[in-house]
Design a protein around this ligand. Structure first.
Ligand code: COA
Length: 378
């Protein structure tokens, strides 16, 4: 029998190249992230989330007419069928928002005729629909579970503005809306991460986009993937104060506990998305006058660099940024999905366009040649 140490299988598929893609690339040594050839810093500085969605799906930036048409299609698809909102109203009020998102996206499939089509035109139509609707579902759930009226989407607003508007019932100011829009740009794609790989595996069977995205949401919900941002804020709240940080970090490291939002499977230097989120955490601290979460985060970052040579990832400063925007902790991962839907659907379109069923092999390490023993002789 082959033992685990002699295995030829690659644990966690680390370093295995499983697909060709032109959507995004991560250079972990140099801390560079690109979408379709454009550096993430360039896009965060100059672009909008809607334009980035077009870029991810089409491989190039749109001209003015194309962008206008793309934006109006997205906005025309913000609304979620009443039947799905009614269904959500029957969910238990303490349901996890990621579970609600997963079940609601799965249910949307019932209300989209021809939603299983894998040709470019049909799949793009579904991608537009889902990208428009995800924020509506996440915000509606927060209203429903708190016993508040659902705020219908406003087709005059961007995806970022609209999410904050539907969540709070008030439009965000321009500065906050832009910050949130950049947060969506930063989370849009990250090559073959676990949830994106999941969507490609499902799409590779030529199952429809609703099924593939439902599976992607299930993968993103896991604590080793999208769940870390919420855990960063829980950690900051648990520590409670700047002067408790050093002692808390020392104790956590002595107990071999991981500090949430620090370290990355690919980046060996600063995650370029963290550079922006650090700025936003600081800006929100200045804007609200509540500086302690940013100061605590900075101290943790410094200690982890000194003690472990580790850097913050995308989740580290997004936690305090969202917290000061007044967003409930358990919506941080759904926000990740509201953005990552663009990358997922881009990868699904790419998979459909040049499909090959994804079917790897397992290295069999069980016994062979056993003979069936009747039940009464076992
Ligand atoms: N805090 C403290 N120590 C950490 C750490 C962290 N956040 N991340 C890694 N380490 C340590 C491990 O304990 C291990 O130490 P050891 O060699 O003494 O056992 C070493 O660094 C390597 O850890 P490993 O988990 O194998 O690294 P990885 O590169 O596979 O893991 C993560 C990457 C992201 C899973 C890991 O850094 C982590 O769990 N971070 C916290 C969760 C998080 O923020 N996830 C979101 C990622 S975007």
């Amino acid at each position: 029998m082959t033992t685990a140490t002699e295995s030829t299988a690659t644990a966690g598929l680390r370093g295995v190249v499983a697909a060709q893609s032109s959507i995004g690339d991560v250079n972990g040594e140099q801390g560079i992230l690109i979408y379709q050839g454009y550096d993430i810093h360039d896009l965060a500085e100059h672009s909008t989330f809607e334009e980035v969605i077009y870029l991810l799906w089409n491989g190039r930036l749109p001209n003015k007419t194309e962008l206008d048409e793309h934006v109006s299609k997205l906005r025309a698809n913000y609304a979620v069928p009443d039947s799905v909102i009614s269904l959500m109203k029957q969910f238990p009020a303490d349901a996890d928002p990621m579970d609600v998102l997963r079940t609601s996206v799965s249910a949307l499939d019932f209300y989209d005729k021809d939603g299983h089509g894998t040709d470019r035109e049909t799949a793009t139509r579904v991608a537009i629909r889902l990208t428009g609707q995800l924020g509506t579902i996440a915000a509606a759930w927060d209203r429903i579970r708190s016993g508040k009226e659902v705020v219908p989407p406003d087709p005059g607003l961007s995806i970022a503005e609209n999410f904050l508007y539907m969540l709070r019932g008030e439009k965000p100011d321009a500065e906050e809306a832009r910050m949130f829009d950049i947060c969506l740009i930063l989370h849009a794609d990250h090559e073959l991460n676990a949830s994106t790989f999941t969507t490609r595996v499902v799409a590779g069977t030529l199952a429809g986009m609703y099924g593939a995205v439902t599976a992607g949401i299930a993968a993103l919900a896991g604590p080793l993937h999208g769940g870390a941002n919420t855990n960063v804020m829980k950690m900051l709240l648990e520590i409670g104060d700047l002067d408790k940080v050093d002692e808390w970090v020392d104790k956590a490291l002595a107990e071999k506990r991981k500090i949430m939002g620090i370290g990355h499977a690919v980046y060996k230097t600063e995650d370029p998305r963290a550079t922006w989120l650090r700025k936003f955490s600081k800006k929100m601290a200045e804007k609200t006058g509540v500086t302690k979460w940013f100061e605590m985060s900075q101290r943790i970052e410094k200690l982890m660099q000194e003690k472990k040579g580790m850097y913050p990832n995308v989740d580290f400063y997004s936690a305090s940024t969202y917290y000061l925007m007044g967003i409930p902790l358990d919506l941080y991962t759904p926000i990740f999905a509201v953005s990552r839907i663009s990358g997922w659907t881009g990868h699904i379109l790419e998979q459909y366009a040049n499909n090959k069923l994804i079917r790897p092999r397992a290295e069999y390490v069980g016994p062979r040649g056993l003979k069936y023993v009747p039940l009464d002789q076992r």
